[in-house]
Design a protein around this ligand. Structure first.
Ligand SMILES: *[C@@H]1O[C@H](CO)[C@@H](O)[C@H](O)[C@H]1NC(C)=O
Ligand SMILES: *[C@@H]1O[C@H](CO)[C@@H](O)[C@H](O)[C@H]1NC(C)=O
Ligand SMILES: *[C@@H]1O[C@H](CO)[C@@H](O)[C@H](O)[C@H]1NC(C)=O
Ligand SMILES: *[C@@H]1O[C@H](CO)[C@@H](O)[C@H](O)[C@H]1NC(C)=O
Ligand SMILES: *[C@@H]1O[C@H](CO)[C@@H](O)[C@H](O)[C@H]1NC(C)=O
Length: 394
């Protein structure tokens, strides 16, 4: 599980992150945390706004743990609304009482606390945690849900942030003066591991560093075959690690860019996330146009790029674990589901997306509790195996 090559880390992501690094042997130690969640004020785009902070920080603190460690995390909700923390991508030895997904888990009521307990297993790389209720993840703009139900699109985001910070002023007409931006300080000749997460809710991003290659080494907790990319499409919820060698002459600083994909670039230009890569021997600030992104509507580029990623199976993989993934091949298949999703349609006057013609709303009684205590009327076990597209009947 050890990530071997780099001695230097630098952190870069679009929000909250959780790091899992280094190998653990026997012992399975416990680590205990107490985190308080509260509203704080931040001005990532130069205008003060209320955001959700963890331990007074936005983005929240890094949880740096090693595979096999047991994490005991007591979360106190000091908001005036319910709160639920989801541990994105942490797959192993986390039961469904702990995953923080609405519908299976109860939110933590305002003023209450709840202790998450899980063991991090068999994954490398970094993951992120995020508030999973409503649109808390996007911000505390509370009417987003109603807008979507009435068919209004989310529209252009105000900005893409790097580690909670707004864009470098790459264009005076687009970016106001005085916005603090992320600077990544590096030394020439060294190689850094850069971890990138798209923690947004709706927009795919193209990530690139001016004049630098991105050597992909990890995605979603697995080693990949090491390949060079000049830029990478990172869709919502995805996580990647790149090795980046500081092999340029530092005639200036370099742009680090995360630009929205599959949208009209002229309309969205002001939403572009821009940070700065600063060599210790840099001769001056970055200037001029940002490095090009792929063609704005070319989805085939993105599909082909995703298909080019291969797992590096000689570098280690998930080991057998008590949940029994090593027995998958022995399981007798009794049911096959063919799942079809369709664009949003009007159901009871509200726009809803569906799977096999069924849309889902979290019940007020979480599914998990209904199952545990045999509470009738919360859910039915009648999800259709397939949807007949011709007749829209099952
Ligand atoms: C995490 O902990 C390891 C070992 O204690 C340390 O080498 C590494 O720098 C830490 N990383 C972060 C992001 O704090
Ligand atoms: C709430 O926090 C208290 C004090 O830290 C702790 O003793 C208790 O176990 C926590 N309750 C839950 C449900 O996590
Ligand atoms: C697989 O991972 C190992 C360990 O990180 C690395 O040394 C090797 O070069 C990788 N193989 C490929 C084909 O990328
Ligand atoms: C990536 O590109 C650089 C520079 O072009 C080259 O030196 C390096 O060997 C390449 N790495 C891989 C894994 O292809
Ligand atoms: C540095 O590299 C850039 C582009 O690769 C080149 O245009 C520039 O002349 C170089 N500057 C120096 C000082 O070598």
């Amino acid at each position: 599980m050890l990530f071997r090559s780099p001695n230097n880390y630098c952190f870069l992501c679009f929000g909250l992150v959780l790091y899992l690094v280094k190998v653990g042997l026997a012992g399975d130690p416990y680590v205990f945390y107490d985190w308080t969640v509260s509203y704080i004020t931040a001005s990532p785009l130069g205008v003060k706004q209320q955001v959700i902070g963890v331990e007074g920080l936005f983005p929240g603190p890094i949880l740096n743990v090693t595979t096999n460690w047991n994490v005991v995390m007591n979360v106190k909700n000091n908001l005036d609304e319910p709160f639920l923390l989801t541990w994105n991508g942490i797959q192993h030895r986390k039961n469904s009482w702990q995953d923080g997904v609405t519908g299976t888990n109860c939110p933590i009521p305002a003023g209450w606390n709840w202790t998450y307990q899980f063991q991090v297993k068999d994954q490398i790389g970094s993951f992120f945690y995020f508030p999973s209720l409503g649109f808390q993840r996007a911000s505390v703009i509370r009417n987003l849900e109603k807008d979507i139900e009435s068919g209004t699109s989310l529209g252009t985001p105000d900005g893409v942030l790097f580690n909670g910070l707004g864009p470098y002023r790459f264009d005076e007409n687009l970016v106001p003066d005085g916005i603090p931006y992320q600077i990544i300080n590096v030394d020439p000749g060294k190689t850094y591991r850069i971890r990138v997460h798209n923690v947004g809710i709706s927009t795919s991003l193209n990530f690139r560093i001016q004049n630098h290659n991105l050597v992909l080494v990890e995605t979603e907790g697995s080693y990949t075959v090491q390949q060079n990319y000049s830029n990478m499409d990172i869709h919502v919820g995805q996580s990647y690690s790149f090795l980046v060698t500081m092999d340029q002459n530092a005639s200036s600083d370099y742009y680090i860019v995360a630009s929205p994909r599959f949208v009209k670039s002229s309309t969205w230009a002001k939403a572009t996330g821009v940070a700065i890569l600063h060599y210790s021997n840099s001769l001056g600030p970055a200037s001029g146009p940002l490095p090009d992104s792929p063609n704005e509507y070319e989805t085939s580029f993105s599909m082909n790029q995703a298909r080019s990623i291969r797992l590096n199976v000689s570098a280690g993989a998930a080991r057998p674990n008590p949940q029994g993934s090593f027995k998958y091949g022995e399981i007798t298949v009794t049911d096959v589901y063919l799942i079809l999703n369709r664009p949003a349609e009007l159901i009871d006057g509200k726009w809803r997306t569906t799977l096999n013609g069924i849309s889902y709303l979290s019940p007020t009684t979480p599914l998990k509790l209904a199952q545990q205590f045999n509470i009738p009327g919360v859910f039915k076990l009648d999800f259709p195996n397939r949807l007949d597209e011709q007749t829209c009947k099952i």
